[in-house]
Design a protein around this ligand. Structure first.
Ligand code: EPU
Length: 420
């Protein structure tokens, strides 16, 4: 199993490109199941989760042709088997995104129920309730969700109890081919939901209100294939901005979109960073200063993203002053804290709150993490630790960060992948 070896070093300086957004790419690939014709999806990140989604479509009989420059062509009319098996769903919860499209287009689906995961119990009850409101019959048996509908789904008025990103995406996709109008209230406003909606609109769907908490969808008889480029990854962007800030460096993220990063940019500015926004890039400059501690509370978009929480715990661990980081989205998303404490961070956990007192320097240690963003946070901690940090279980990182060591090397970091 590969590991990352990081030598704590000087400030990060330079320019790197931002990859396509993982959490847009996954629902957009799933949406190709709704199209009558071929879909061409561009700006796809080269990531394990994207490969898993393609493998999932492959097991269903969908033909996928890899194109040039991070694009692929998907022919869903060749689908044979309306099943998402446990063997794939257990490796990636986002596999649940094929449920809505399959039941909407084919009236039937069998999808393995995702289990709990490292960051919380993560149920999918709201996905299922919404589909039931649209007339689907749902049975959960032997660890599988069996969904069926007599003919087309029916438009419905759905209120989501909790804001859920993939839940909103599943119902949004299902509603595009339902009879009549669907209103999803308390919908997720995440930019990835908007990106999916824009892709569905390009396929011929009738959608209004995406990006607000009330999405209105008028069902259409069919959707066509289209060419759609996935938006840039705001979490990858944010992760490198934090790495730059804690290294007291100056980094430009090319292709980044600042308009969807207000909460993160505001916190980085509060931490003392000078941020300049150009048309297609964001530059962060610490001018050699040590970051200042900032309080953070995660919440659904446009609030501060839970996917940036671990990185800000690291920033605060090295910042001047004390801070609190409160996690409100997932119940168990502090797995990085004990590892950071082993690296010399001063963090105390009280329920869903991390209370952090910044230290001048972390110390290298062998560390490992159990989820994607936690692993990324350990890598950036290693950049500012004295000595050599060895990060284990980096398959988590490969699920969500394209070429992380190459990108960090371009900024001057001393990091390499080692086989063990
Ligand atoms: N929830 C329910 N019932 C449901 C669905 C969700 O109670 O039916 C709860 C969850 O347990 C959680 C909260 O709602 O407490 C929010 O979860 P959400 O459903 O929004 O999470 P998700 O859709 O499974 C996506 C991202 C995550 C990201 C979260 C929150 C994808 C593929 N995944 O997950 O990304 O953390 O939204 O923004 O889009 C990551 O990239 O590392 C990652 C974990």
């Amino acid at each position: 199993m590969d590991k990352l070896l990081i030598q704590g070093s000087a400030s990060l300086v330079g320019e790197i490109p931002v990859s396509g957004a993982k959490n847009s790419a996954l629902p957009i690939i799933a949406s190709s199941l709704l199209a009558e014709g071929p879909m061409v999806i561009g700006n796809l990140p080269h990531l394990q989760d994207v490969t898993t989604m393609i493998e999932l479509l492959g097991t269903m009989g969908v033909e996928v042709v890899m194109g040039e420059r991070m694009s692929m062509e998907i022919h869903s009319s060749t689908i044979k088997d309306l099943v998402a098996p446990y063997s794939l769903v257990k490796t990636m919860r986002a596999s649940i995104l094929v449920l809505g499209p399959m039941i909407a287009r084919h009236g039937k689906a069998k999808v393995s129920l995702p289990g709990g995961c490292a960051i919380g119990s993560r149920p999918v009850d709201l996905h299922l309730k919404g589909l039931e409101a649209m007339g689907a019959r749902i049975n959960v048996e032997d660890g599988y969700i069996y969904a069926e509908s007599d003919g087309r789904l029916k438009g419905a008025h759905i209120f989501m109890d909790t804001v859920t990103v993939t839940g909103t995406e599943n119902l949004l996709m299902a509603a595009t081919l339902a009879d009549g109008e669907t209103l999803i209230e308390n919908a997720a406003r995440e930019p990835e939901v908007v990106d999916l909606a824009e892709c569905l609109i390009a396929m011929g769907a009738k959608i209004e209100g995406h990006g607000t908490s009330a999405i209105r969808i008028k069902g259409v008889p069919t959707l066509k294939g289209c060419h759609y480029d996935v938006m840039p990854d705001r979490i990858e962007t944010g992760t490198y901005l934090v790495a730059a800030a804690l290294s007291r460096g100056k980094v430009t993220l090319k292709g980044a979109r600042a308009d969807i990063m207000d909460a993160v940019i505001a916190k980085l500015e509060e931490a003392g960073a000078t941020i300049s926004i150009q048309k297609d890039s964001i530059t962060l400059d610490m001018e050699g200063r040590r970051p200042k501690a900032v309080n953070v509370t995660t919440s659904p978009y446009p609030g501060f993203p839970t996917d940036m929480q671990a990185q800000f715990v690291v920033l605060n661990s090295l910042a001047e002053g004390s801070s609190t980081v409160v996690e409100t989205v997932f119940e168990n998303r502090f797995m990085h804290v004990n590892e950071l404490v082993r690296m010399g961070a001063n963090i105390r956990l009280e329920g869903n709150t991390a209370i952090i007192t910044g230290v001048e320097q972390l110390k290298a240690a062998p560390v490992m993490a159990t989820d994607l963003r936690a692993s990324a946070s350990l890598v950036i901690a290693g950049l500012k630790a004295e000595g050599e940090t060895l990060v284990d279980r980096i398959y988590h990182i490969d699920r969500g960060y394209e070429c992380i060591e190459e990108k960090l090397q371009l900024l001057g970091a001393k990091i390499k992948r080692v086989a063990s």
